[in-house]
Ligand binder design. Structure first.
Ligand code: ADP
Length: 357
């Protein structure tokens, strides 16, 4: 019995030493929200957390930590008995923490605070760099495109070779223009600088607006663009952003969804009602996408067929932007695809619940 007790005490000490040496701050509370235990990192983090090096065991968490995100996260873990995650920016000035609180089997909860300030800084620097470079490239690119266009206007004075070279320069300058524009949009949506103004919008109207916006391309490509089943349900979304995502998916479906034998694209856009969401679908009957690409297609610069995408003016950023915009509005985006049958891009937006719901 004595030995068992010593063993138990030793393993408890070992465990405490391990948790004490962690880089993350850990704090445990009982079912009533009183501090039970903290590791050294936590004590260093919060002035007043330790009182002459003794942990303020028994004190209410709310008296020690004022940050609403930490308290809210802990409250959810305690009351709802589920793992809860938050981001806190006001615990310590200038510091950003990722908090994960989990319920403990015997009541109470434990929270781990991970300092992500440096990661966030590096990400912000990268984003700013990309945005600055794209911005700086705009002016020289506009100038190149402008001069080449002027030269091409005097086509009759040019030798066939000069015309061919100028046309190539024009094509590439236009492509770079598109890339810098897409990179700027990406940097803006990633930094949440592009302010979204969600309002209540009718799903069928969104589909109609996007289809109308694409009518020029439909004519140029001789594609068939149809509106399938739609619902008049209202969704919460930023109108410009939602139409932009739908148009982008329709553009991709026309570009990449050409029927293998008929050579033309047929695209059906529809909107379906679900419990808390409206599901928008853009379906094509093209060659489809092989399953190994499906997971990665929403990543930045990921293209299934690089040469083909480049030829059609693609930058590989369209779907990455779409994912950001949709997730930023509380929705999700995915794709179902079968080789030689076609692809369906599906995204959801939160539905405005009416009284009848
Ligand atoms: P891009 O600018 O190249 O069009 P996107 O991010 O919009 O970039 O798309 C990424 C890649 O996904 C494309 O290069 C293409 O290979 C593939 N893709 C997108 N939509 C479809 C589709 N409807 N059918 C087949 N492939 C598609």
């Amino acid at each position: 019995m004595d030995r068992s007790l010593t063993d138990a005490a030793e393993s408890r000490q070992e465990l405490e030493a391990m948790i004490d040496s962690m880089q993350d701050a850990v704090i445990a509370v009982d079912a009533a929200g009183r501090i039970q235990w903290t590791n050294q990192r936590m004590q260093k983090l919060i002035p007043g957390m330790s009182f002459s090096n003794a942990v303020r065991v028994g004190h209410a968490l709310v008296q020690t930590i004022r940050d609403p995100d930490v308290l809210d996260c802990m409250r959810v873990a305690l009351e709802q008995r589920v793992v809860s995650e938050r981001r806190s920016t006001s615990l310590l000035p200038g510091k950003i923490f990722e908090i994960a609180a989990s319920p403990m089997p015997g009541g109470g909860a434990v929270a781990v605070l991970h300092d992500i300030t440096r990661i966030e800084q590096v990400e912000r620097t990268q984003r700013d760099f990309v945005a600055n470079v794209s911005h700086e490239l705009r002016t020289p690119l506009t100038s190149i495109t402008g001069y080449v266009e002027t030269l091409l206007d005097h086509e009759q004075e040019l030798s066939p070779q000069a015309r061919e070279f100028l046309t190539t320069i024009h094509k590439n300058a236009t492509r770079m223009n598109r890339l810098t524009e897409d990179l700027l949009v990406m940097a803006r949506v990633e930094s949440s600088e592009q302010e979204l103004h969600p309002v209540s919008l009718r799903a069928d109207m969104l589909v109609r607006d996007a289809v109308q916006a694409m009518s020029g391309m439909v004519q140029d490509e001789e594609a068939v663009l149809e509106i399938g089943e739609t619902v008049p349900d209202e969704v919460m979304a930023d109108q410009d952003a939602a139409v932009q995502v739908l148009s982008n998916l329709i553009e991709n479906a026309i570009k990449y969804g050409r029927h293998p034998t008929k050579g033309r694209s047929r695209v059906i856009v529809s909107a379906h009602s679900q419990e808390n969401f409206v599901e928008f679908r853009v379906q094509d009957f093209g060659p489809g996408i092989a399953s190994e690409h499906l997971q990665r297609i929403f990543e930045r610069f990921y293209r299934v067929d690089k040469a083909r995408s480049r030829e059609s003016g693609g930058t590989g950023l369209g779907l990455a932007i779409a994912r950001h915009v949709i997730e930023g509005q509380g929705g999700a985006i995915r794709v179902d695809s079968e080789l030689n049958v076609g692809s369906t891009f599906i995204f959801t937006l939160p539905r405005v619940l009416s009284r009848a719901d």
